[in-house]
Write a protein that binds this ligand. Structure first.
Ligand code: MLC
Ligand code: AMP
Length: 500
């Protein structure tokens, strides 16, 4: 089965049912499943007519907007591969993605053109077309492309995720992988066509794109899409009775709590069907405060770009704060020691997963792919998540305990210290740099940089330099100049000794 089959089933059920509601300030626009798909056919025809072939990559540098949804579906309909790019990425990150993936088309929106103009002198071999969604007339009127029927093994998404090496790697995600996550969630979270999902998460990552948009459209449900998370607008929608489900990263729940503060207005959300959290650890206090404020018990789940969704607290059953529940249908999970041997229940170790949801490997990186999997004695291929976890021997629920790889998660976005350190070390005078995560109530964690410099430097200038190189969310929230980095006898930096 491919993703198009899933959408076709939802569409055939009721073409008049509302698929997408776009909320733009006071204005609202709605597309039924039939209307949405008619537009997708037009755009897919235009893309094919302009030379898009099955298997070609289409990079998207787009914020949430209806055209994101239309272009995503049109790319799949044309048998091509969607490559979403985080809007916070700047030249260094964009160049890496575009030169590695070699997309044929780049789709953007007018307000991003000044940023893309910085790539004018970059060598982007293979890029044939720049499409601006405000000017898609050139795609209209083309003959319908032949029915494309990607197989489950064909790529649907190429999603870049930062590697331990600093440079991000493209996860090759097939139709079958996405179908596996989507069908597991449809069953596990009891989706139905009458559901209305409030979606404010960015569509350029797995949480917004796969868990939110794709699953809702496969359910025949309604997606109520916002450009971005704005606390007031989200509270208004949640309280209005117009939506049934909301998905967020912990920072969003913290913002909802902060806004509710000491307000005397009731924030009762017992009319909602489901609040979900994922992408970063949800503090047990946030879980409890949301329950006290709204009457809703958040369902926390665990996933990754490479694997889609793996573990989930139950829809019906105990949702235990601080845990991520049990494996979703079709997913197997185990905890192993440093030699990849399964440990007894209750012991800590690395979490490994396998199942039809797990990606096939990284783009152009066979060695990194090989290093990310381990084959067990029975020939099963397990993905090393790099997350540390344990299983409760009584309940079978998994708890995440941290990470074996160096990764900072800030507001649901991944930050690899090595990437920031590399950027810092290109600044004149900097001899060494170490970036570590510091706990933050607002973001979960934030990056802090320790640098050793040959000359005196203004940290403001250094921060400005970082901003010109990398996404703003990766820029260290604090820079400290120190005499020397603490190292061990082998010269390895001892980050845990840095005073965060
Ligand atoms: C924005 N800023 C951040 C940040 N987001 N700083 C640290 N961490 C973040 N995540 C900073 C900006 O750099 C800027 O700083 C300032 O905040 C305002 O920027 P903004 O863009 O206006 O911020 P805002 O819209 O408020 O964004 C915050 C947010 C956003 C929480 C809404 O970060 C967000 O949408 N996060 C969700 C990420 C997500 O979807 N992750 C899923 C990955 S998939 P300055 O200094 O320039 O003013 C995955 C798998 C799974 O993990 O399991 O789901
Ligand atoms: P990404 O590479 O952006 O897909 O991020 C995946 C990572 O997010 C995982 O490896 C985890 O470290 C983290 N993550 C996802 N969900 C949760 C969760 N519920 N609790 C803690 N960490 C999570």
């Amino acid at each position: 089965m491919n993703l198009l089959d899933l959408f076709a089933i939802a569409r055939a059920r009721d073409p008049g049912a509302p698929a997408l509601q776009w909320v733009d300030g006071e204005r609202e626009t709605e597309w039924s499943y039939g209307e949405l798909w008619d537009e997708v056919e037009v755009l897919a025809s235009g893309l094919a007519h302009q030379g898009l072939r099955p298997g070609d990559r289409v990079a998207c540098y787009l914020g949430n907007r209806p055209e994101f949804v239309l272009i995503y579906l049109a790319i799949l309909r044309a048998g091509a591969v969607m490559l979403p790019m985080n809007l916070a990425y700047r030249r260094r990150e964009l160049e890496h993605l575009l030169s590695d993936a070699q997309p044929r088309f780049l789709v953007t929106e007018e307000c991003q053109l000044p940023i893309l103009a910085e790539l004018a002198d970059s060598d982007l071999a293979g890029l044939k077309e720049l499409l601006v969604v405000e000017r898609l007339e050139s795609l209209r009127g083309a003959p319908r492309p032949p029915e494309s029927a990607p197989s489950g093994d064909d790529l649907a998404l190429l999603m870049y995720t930062s590697g331990t090496t600093g440079a991000s790697k493209g996860a090759r995600i097939t139709h079958g992988n996405v179908v596996a996550t989507v069908t597991a969630l449809l069953a596990a979270w009891d989706w139905s066509p009458s559901d209305r999902l409030l979606l404010t998460l960015p569509l350029f990552h797995t949480h917004g794109l796969v868990v939110g948009l794709t699953t809702a459209l496969a359910a025949g449900a309604t997606v109520r899409l916002h450009r971005k998370f704005e606390t007031e607008a989200v509270w208004a929608d949640l309280l209005s009775g117009e939506v049934d489900l909301f998905f967020g990263v912990p920072t969003l729940y913290q913002r909802l709590l902060d806004r509710a503060g000491t307000s005397p207005v009731p924030f009762d959300l017992s009319h909602l069907r489901l609040l979900c959290s994922g992408s970063a650890p949800l503090p047990a206090e946030t879980h409890q405060s949301i329950e006290e404020l709204t009457g809703q018990t958040i369902l926390e789940r665990y996933g990754m770009t490479e694997t889609g969704m793996n573990l989930s607290n139950p829809y019906a059953g105990a949702r235990i704060p601080g845990t991520v529940g049990k494996p979703l249908p079709g997913v197997s999970a185990r905890i192993v020691d440093a030699e990849d041997r399964e440990v007894p229940a209750g012991d800590q170790g690395e979490l490994q997963v396998r199942g039809p949801n797990v990606f096939e490997g990284y783009w152009n990186a066979p060695e990194k792919t090989a290093a990310s999997f381990v084959i067990d004695a029975t020939g099963h291929r397990w993905f090393r998540t790099g997350d540390l976890a344990c299983v409760d021997p009584t309940t079978g629920y998994f708890t995440l305990l941290g990470r074996s790889r160096e990764l900072i998660i800030s507001g649901g976005y991944n930050i690899y210290p090595r990437e920031i350190e590399e950027v810092l070390c290109t600044y004149p005078g900097i001899r060494a740099a170490a970036v570590v995560g510091r706990p933050s109530t607002e973001w979960g964690e934030v990056p802090v940089a320790f640098i050793v410099s040959d000359r005196s430097l203004a940290t403001d200038d250094l921060v400005a330099f970082c901003r010109s190189q990398i996404a703003a969310f990766k820029v260290p929230k604090e820079v400290r100049v120190i005499e020397a980095l603490p190292t061990n006898a082998l010269g390895k930096v001892q980050k845990h000794l840095l005073p965060t």
